[in-house]
Design a protein around this ligand. Structure first.
Ligand code: TYC
Length: 113
């Protein structure tokens, strides 16, 4: 797509002078898509571990982390944050790795917003 187009007509309904038609098309800069990072409930991961994950990898304070952890516990899942693709991917990998190393079945996924 060309960002703009200039049509100049001089042939010639307007013998006096120059009438130009200038049209501009909006150059559409697309914002990158965003991805929700979701935390899933399970029956075994300790609540304190989930709180620690939220504090450590999502920069949430203790009260926010407890609140989100309890939402996941009650509702089955919650959105923890919304990020660009690579950031979301990194967060998911960090959480999954940390859970695995501590032998908890905690699951973290992402989906396009
Ligand atoms: N349901 C877990 C328990 O009762 C706590 C928990 C909360 C686990 C959130 C995972 O994403 C989670 N120990």
């Amino acid at each position: 797509m060309t960002p703009f187009e200039i049509i100049m007509s001089d042939n010639n309904d307007d013998p006096e002078g120059d009438t130009s038609v200038v049209t501009k098309t909006k150059s559409k800069t697309k914002r990158p898509p965003l991805y929700k990072v979701l935390l899933l409930n399970d029956d075994y991961t300790p609540m304190e571990f989930v709180v620690l994950v939220l504090e450590r990898f999502f920069g949430l304070n203790h009260a926010q982390s407890v609140e989100i952890m309890l939402t996941v516990h009650k509702k089955g899942l919650a959105v923890v944050g919304v990020f660009a693709f690579e950031i979301a991917e990194t967060k998911v990998a960090q959480v999954m790795d940390f859970a695995r190393r501590n032998q908890h079945p905690l699951q973290c996924t992402m989906e396009k917003e």
